[in-house]
Design a protein around this ligand. Sequence first.
Ligand code: NAI
Ligand code: MG
Length: 399
Amino acid sequence: MVKRTIVTMPGDGIGKNVLEEAIRVLDAAGFEADYIEADIGWEFWCKEGNPLPQRTLDLIAEHKIALFGAITSKPKDAAAAELDPELKDKGLVYFSPIVGLRQHFGLDICMRPCHSYTGNPLNFIRRGPNNTVREPEVDVIIFRQNTEGLYGGVEWSNPSDKVYDALMTHPKFVKNFSKTPKEELSVSTRIFTKKATERILRAALEHAKKYGYKSVTVCEKPNVIRETSGMMYKMAQEIQKKDYPEIELWNTNIDAQMMWLTKNPENYGVIVAGNMFGDIVSDGFAGLIGGLGFACSAQFNPDTGVGVFEPTHGSAPKYADYLVSIVNPIAMIESACMMLDFIDENDIAAKIRKAVAEVIAEGKVRTYDMMKMTGRADVVDKGAASMKQMTDAIIEKMK
Ligand code: NAI
Ligand code: MG
């Protein structure tokens, strides 16, 4: 095995805790790597006025593969208030380093698998006839377009005359909004490009083909959002017909999909969506398999091979300073497995996933979230496993 260099970005709060655990598991599984720590997050916003320093971008550009914990972000005013006094009045504006990373490296493909582990007490269950209880197996993977759409950042409040004039060329704007004073308007655009739309659709279809999923569902709202959602669905139909005839193409509306989430989650396989709806639907499915302690993700640019792997949870500041961390490291460990898949270390990934599955199935070691406890420092005294105990159990299973 070639020794890899992995950039690690612990970030803030529990991001620092869980990333350390993922590395312990990678080491124990026999993955050989040098880890180079890179700066990201709130601390660097406060100290330097930049939550995503150039030196971090340089490290990722050089080594391509990064593991990321989580960051803290705060609203505009709070961000300005916490800035180092020497940096105040320099016109610095806080931006999300996560969105920054995605845009800088064009990490336009985001994968969020939601797969239920047997024995996880947080798995979704459904009542059947005669008081039977069923636990449908959820095995869904969401492909989320990660750089455009509603998160593209093209937005205005009190738009300039130029922008306003352009909006006034649209008959619906004239009809519905032209009586509203300009100062009372906020506009966020939802821009889809054909290129990025095709890339996410093909990534989803290719994944379905490679891993034997029978369907790909486009989860948008083409009947109402005709231009962007409409374009995505139309392109999906064309690409599927031409290159993936063996895969069924389904079309759901995001609102209905969220309703159906609990009705028949086992029916879905690969789901593909734009940025915002992909974010929503992936959180929805994550809720069925245990929530934030289990939700992992990969984001990458297939052209350059740059990939960033991270749990979807945030920095959970209220748990950050616990002497014994109580959070569930599995989402981060699973994200590390996605990294291993990405760099073709599939055997090591499989070994780790098997150990995680065994620990969950056995049910002896469960973090507070799995015990359905309220997160507090005393959960360990009450029988929950600490973060480190969970990691230790996973490592033990690999021996
Ligand atoms: P959060 O994901 O940090 O925490 C929400 C709640 O989920 C926690 O209070 C905890 O009860 C639970 N939780 C999260 N991770 C867990 C884990 N590994 N094990 C067990 N329970 C877990 O979201 P919140 O509280 O909305 O945001 C906190 C900070 O994180 C904010 O500054 C926010 O902007 C940031 N954030 C960062 C993200 C990222 O770095 N990707 C994503 C989401 C939020
Ligand atoms: Mg989210």
